[in-house]
Write a protein that binds this ligand. Structure first.
Ligand code: ARG
Length: 271
């Protein structure tokens, strides 16, 4: 199958103040030391990859005391130039939402909505050609799905996440081709009903196994051709190549200690 990359616009935030001092997901262990210079170096490689692939990267200023701000995908969802802000489930991240809203307002986005309901941006919203897929169960409340549907005017498909290791939709599902409704996901992260919904909507999806999911292999970013994903998810490379994609392994081992990888660090600005 012929694949083509399309130029993307991403928002990222450097891990200048990254640390693990609290635990709000099973990956986070405050007893484990974090090497900040290494986290920064790994993040810079990811940033440079995007630039080398021809994508546009904008930056949000990191703030001290907000160690999870590097996971920029969680701060908002942008579709058709409209910005739905985040409302974080945990108090430790509350202030990140305002930083994102301020950035969008300062950068010419006219339609910026401060949400009524708890949602963590692209952590739980994934955009395909036909739908917005929306996770719930850990960080996003069902009413946020209605809010997103009304705001974006696109059908929102609610999916129940059941495994605390995969607390955001973007840890369990990745959109590979957003022009053609093509995704990869880890079925066991979803309730039986949601699995059936996914099988019905995406009968040809690439299914990840437990090992690749545990390496956060689904926390990946695709431009339609290149798929940047955690390099430890070795089982996904062959199947991605078989489908015509070019997998690019990235080592974000330090950020994994916060429970995030490639996608968490990358918010897509669909303008
Ligand atoms: N420590 C962060 C949290 O638990 C990690 C967020 C990762 N981001 C993501 N898009 N899954 O909120």
């Amino acid at each position: 199958m012929h694949r083509a990359a399309s130029p993307r616009s991403y928002l990222m935030c450097p891990p200048t103040h990254f640390e693990v001092t609290y635990s709000i997901n099973p990956w986070m262990d405050p007893a484990k030391p974090v090497d900040v210079p290494l986290a920064v170096a790994q993040w810079e490689i990811l940033r440079d990859r995007y630039v080398a692939l021809g994508h546009t990267v904008s930056f949000l200023s990191p703030r001290p005391g907000l160690p999870d701000m590097v996971f920029a995908a969680n701060g908002a969802t942008v579709v058709d130039g409209r910005v739905l802000g985040a409302r974080f489930a945990h108090g430790q991240r509350t202030e990140e939402a305002g930083a994102h809203l301020a950035w969008f307002r300062a950068h010419g986005f006219a339609d910026v909505r401060e949400p009524l309901h708890v949602n963590e941006g692209e952590g739980d919203f994934a955009v395909t050609a036909s739908y917005i897929l929306a996770g719930r169960g850990f960080r996003c409340v069902p009413l946020a799905h209605d809010e997103a549907q009304e705001f974006f005017g696109r059908p929102v498909i609610g999916l129940d996440l059941v495994d605390p290791r995969f607390y955001h939709l973007d840890t369990a599902l990745c959109v590979l081709d957003d022009a053609a409704d093509e995704v990869m996901y880890f079925p066991e992260a979803f309730s039986p009903g949601s699995r059936s919904v996914l099988a019905r909507l995406f009968p040809d999806a690439l299914l990840a196994d437990a090992g690749d999911a545990a390496a956060l292999g689904l926390n990946a970013v695709s431009d339609g051709l290149h798929v940047l994903l955690p390099q430890a998810a070795v089982g996904l490379f062959g199947p991605l190549r078989d489908r015509g994609f070019e997998p690019i392994g990235v080592d974000l081992g330090e950020l994994l200690k916060g429970g995030g990888s490639v996608k968490c660090c990358t918010q897509e600005l669909r303008v």
